[in-house]
Design a protein around this ligand. Structure first.
Ligand code: HEC
Length: 202
């Protein structure tokens, strides 16, 4: 009977749904906000070096996440293929994280070190030179675009302001570090670092 009353009143139903969803949401969210496992870097996780940070921004700008996730899920089929599953503490320096759910291409969370730099470069220049059936776009033009040192310095300062442990020396020397570095180089440095700072890598 009571169920009938609720189902017949849209307003009452709406209020009760909002109540149920809010309580459910808070119960899931609040513990995570206070859990050090989710807020503090996992063992071996460090901030991105300036070059990798620049590469990460190329990755985000080019929308690589539209085809690649960066989250190994805790299933055997995933860990057998990609390596240990992703934990929250690994991604504390990812703003925003690149978890994603679209996998037109493989997950990249642990791709660092899987191929040589030369492979990555050739693959980005022309994916079909290495994987004939690949549907990945070419990114050869990244080779001609230098990393913008001023923008990088500003980004580092912002991240430091937000609490990422960059030192003033690191920020001061960043511009010199990326002199002559192309966006292609930076992107490769970023890819080669993915997942490599997890100690329990297979
Ligand atoms: C339209 C979808 C699409 C986009 C966008 C895309 N990729 Fe891919 N990517 C693929 C597919 C499909 C494969 C698998 C075939 C291959 O290796 O080329 C792949 C493979 C890869 C691999 C090899 C992974 C492995 O484990 O073998 C890397 C590394 C990679 N992509 C990096 C990138 C980067 C970096 C970007 C952005 C600059 C990007 N991809 C954008 C579809 C895409």
């Amino acid at each position: 009977m009571r169920h009938d009353t609720i189902e017949r009143s849209v307003n009452l139903m709406m209020v009760l749904i909002i109540l149920a969803v809010s309580i459910g949401g808070l119960v899931e969210l609040i513990p995570l906000m206070y859990s050090s496992e989710a807020n503090e870097p996992a063992e071996g996780i460090e901030v991105y070096s300036p070059i990798r940070l620049a590469g990460r921004d190329v990755y985000v700008r080019e929308g690589c996440y539209n085809c690649h996730s960066q989250m190994v899920r805790p299933f055997r089929s995933e860990t057998e293929r990609y390596g240990p599953y992703t934990t929250a503490g690994e991604t504390v320096y990812d703003r925003p994280f690149q978890f994603g759910s679209k996998r037109t291409g493989p997950d990249l969370a642990r791709v660092g070190g899987r191929y040589s730099d030369a492979w990555q470069r050739l693959h980005l220049q022309n994916p079909r030179a290495l994987v004939p059936e690949s549907t990945m776009p070419t990114y050869a033009w990244l080779e001609d675009r230098p990393v913008d040192p001023e923008l990088l310095t500003a980004k580092l300062e912002t991240l430091q302001f937000l609490g990422d442990p960059y030192t003033d020396e690191q920020i001061a020397s960043a511009a010199a570090e990326v002199e002559g570095v192309s966006e292609m180089d930076a992107l490769i440095a970023y890819l080669q670092g993915l997942g490599t700072n997890r100690r329990n890598r297979r």
